[in-house]
Design a protein around this ligand. Structure first.
Ligand SMILES: NC(=O)C1=CN([C@@H]2O[C@H](COP(=O)(O)OP(=O)(O)OC[C@H]3O[C@@H](n4cnc5c(N)ncnc54)[C@H](O)[C@@H]3O)[C@@H](O)[C@H]2O)C=CC1
Ligand SMILES: CC(=O)C(=O)O
Ligand SMILES: [Mg+2]
Length: 618
């Protein structure tokens, strides 16, 4: 097998030597191609068939007030913009001032969406410069509010909608998208948007927000991302009765009708963009799993909520072990409670089980399952036969058992009563780790967390549901109930907490935004034909090792959101290596530089490049 260093050299060489040929014949993404003799591939100029107002109104080309005088002449826009040519720094100043003057996060969201629709280069420059401040606007928590209000705040379309009225037309419709090169597609059916439930076509803000992070953090080019909603209806009564709602006004398709709809869409996008990575997002259980099982061995795809959430949560637990002064190899000694047995809960726990097995310190997969106690809305997945003093519960429990699917059944504890409450489970199990993936606020009760803290010096408390209003407990609560001893991570950001002893309770954001941008980067640069389980495991290990010993000592598990681009580069490089090691990369190898340089060199940087009018360019 080739060493990753050799692989790094090899891939880089293709990029250096192959240029446009590599792209045509070898399937390298356009973003991995450097300067070449063909001016259309030259990063220092961009050819466009557009001119005049069409340039000004194209967000991928527009520079607002920054067009040079020569460019204005060349592109026939002289007189169509104010006379003074202003460079990006000044534009940023104006934009940031206007943004800061807005009072509510939703107003900022609308403002940023409008900027993205006018000038993507400036939007991404701003986003990257102020990532820690703005990630919470374009992503969770504010994107949740934007989804709830999407039909009211609608201004302009972005992405593509495929609805029940488009049956039979999808393979033609995909050609309405104006770009031939699509590297990443994020698709939702809006059936479980964050912890906010069924929001139908309003869910479009989620793929848009995820893809903005793909560009800002993962360095995917803005013109090669595609947000998609599969509008199969909604069961949300208030949306169905809202005259402003923009989605289909019928209940959700289900069963065979649903799966054949998705199949038509997958076939259509795959036929136009066979190399594109498809990220399934916010699909309700069990559709999320069923679609993943159906497509993961056929196309390049993964489910974000199941798989990349599992990567970042595993990273958080492994980093917490280090923060407690333990070896990451002792994962199998942890006692983990997972509250929420849906897509994310089961996905996260499968990742933990995979890691325990990979570490080789459990004798079997079953032994790894025995270290995890799972609860759903009825309580512990336990043994109904032990509910002897409550015949009603035996019946209910029996019914539930028959409803659990194979994945959930792995976690059933035969020696514990079914439906035990969280407080009872905590008392019996004395967990070291508690994970919340329910979408239900307050599920981590004071009693449960205080009981956990009675037995653990440093309880690992991860309320992972989004947005912040759906977190299982707040950071304040977690630190208060554990006397400031918790290692805390949440799905949406919470500010650090000032503790009574003068110390600071450090909060962490444990969100798949740390994992998917790098996964997408590595997958697209290697042109991986499949997304493999090892990619998620290696993503977890990479992120788990990023915090310094001092940060870990203080309770900081990951680099801050400001460093998402660095995290993506590290993850992207490792994922690219895994793709080659496992033989799923389709990029061609020759001698060359380091893989990390290639990955870094392929990342989009938001800078204005001179535009040149060329009638035949595309
Ligand atoms: N931090 C992150 O990166 C991520 C967070 N999430 C969050 O996880 C949550 C769940 O997502 P999915 O698993 O996809 O949803 P899902 O609908 O598939 O699963 C939710 C589960 O919670 C259980 N549940 C509901 N009420 C409960 C209660 N009171 N006590 C215990 N269990 C209860 C349900 O029975 C179900 O098993 C969402 O809020 C989502 O925002 C999801 C993906 C990534
Ligand atoms: C973060 C995310 O993917 C979710 O909450 O669904
Ligand atoms: Mg999600």
């Amino acid at each position: 097998m080739l060493s990753s260093r050799t692989l790094s050299k090899n891939l880089a060489s293709v990029v250096r030597q192959g240029r446009s040929l590599a792209r045509r014949n070898y399937g390298l993404p356009a973003s991995a191609i450097g300067l070449g003799t063909d001016p259309r591939k030259d990063k220092n100029i961009q050819l466009t068939p557009l001119r005049g107002v069409n340039i000004i109104h194209d967000p991928l080309l527009s520079k607002g007030t920054a067009f040079s005088i020569a460019e204005r002449e060349r592109l026939s826009i002289r007189g169509l913009v104010p006379p003074r040519c202003q460079e990006m720094e000044k534009q940023l100043l104006r934009i940031k001032r206007n943004l800061d003057a807005l009072e509510t996060p939703l107003a900022k969201f609308v403002f940023l969406s409008a900027l993205q629709d006018r000038n993507e280069t400036l939007f991404y420059k701003l986003l990257i410069n102020y990532l820690d401040e703005l990630a919470g606007i374009i992503y969770t928590p504010t994107v949740g509010e934007a989804c709830l209000m999407s039909h009211s705040i609608y201004r302009r379309s972005r992405g593509m909608y495929f609805s029940s009225q488009d049956r039979g037309a999808m393979s033609a419709m995909v050609h309405n998208w104006p770009h031939d090169e699509v590297d990443v597609i994020v698709v939702t059916d809006g059936s479980r948007v964050l912890g906010l439930g069924d929001l139908g076509a309003n869910g479009m803000q989620i793929p848009i927000g995820k893809l903005s992070l793909y560009v800002a953090a993962g360095g995917i080019r803005p013109r090669s991302v595609l947000p998609v909603v599969l509008d199969v209806g909604t069961n949300n009564e208030s949306l169905l009765h809202d005259p402003l709602y923009l989605g289909m006004g019928h209940p959700r398709l289900d069963g065979e009708e649903y799966y054949s709809f998705v199949d038509e869409w997958v076939t259509a996008v795959h036929s136009r963009w066979p190399n594109a990575l498809i990220q399934f997002e916010d699909f309700k259980y069990p559709h999320a799993y069923n679609l993943l099982n159906k497509y993961q061995d056929k196309i390049t795809c993964f489910n974000d909520d199941i798989q990349s959430t599992s990567a970042i949560t595993l990273a958080g637990i492994l980093a917490s072990l280090k923060a407690r002064g333990r070896s990451q190899e002792t994962l199998n000694e942890e006692r983990i409670i997972c509250v929420g047995a849906g897509s994310a809960g089961v996905g996260v726990c499968e990742g933990i089980v995979d890691a325990m097995v990979a570490q080789g310190r459990v004798n079997s997969r079953d032994e790894a399952y025995s270290r995890i106690w799972m609860l759903d809305q009825h309580g512990l997945l336990g043994n109904p036969a032990l509910n002897t003093n409550d015949p009603q519960s035996i019946v209910g429990g029996g019914e539930r058992m028959s409803k659990l699917d194979e994945r959930q059944k792995c976690y059933v504890k035969a020696d514990m009563t079914d439906r035990l409450s969280l407080e009872e489970v905590v008392e019996q199990v004395k967990p070291t780790v508690i994970l919340g993936l329910t979408g239900v606020p307050g599920v981590f009760s004071e009693k449960a967390i205080r009981t956990m803290a009675k037995y653990q010096e440093k309880p690992i408390v991860f309320p992972l549901s989004n947005p912040d209003t759906r977190a299982e407990c707040t950071a304040e609560e977690a630190f208060k109930w554990t006397d400031g001893r918790a290692i805390f991570a949440s799905g949406s950001p919470f500010p650090d907490v000032n503790l009574p002893n003068g110390r600071v309770g450090r909060t962490n954001q444990c969100n798949n935004s740390y994992s998917f941008p790098g996964l997408g980067l590595g997958i697209t640069v290697s042109r991986a034909s499949r997304v493999t389980p090892n990619m998620f495991l290696e993503t977890a290990k990479t992120i788990a090792d990023m915090a310094s010993p001092q940060q870990l000592k203080e309770g900081t598990l990951f680099p801050g959101v400001h460093y998402l681009r660095d995290v993506a580069l590290a993850v992207g490089t490792r994922v690219c290596e895994v793709a080659f090691e496992e033989g799923v990369a389709t990029a061609v190898l020759k001698e060359g530089e380091m893989l990390s340089d290639v990955v870094e060199g392929s990342m989009f940087v938001p800078e204005y490049v001179p535009l040149v009018h060329a009638p035949n360019a595309h």
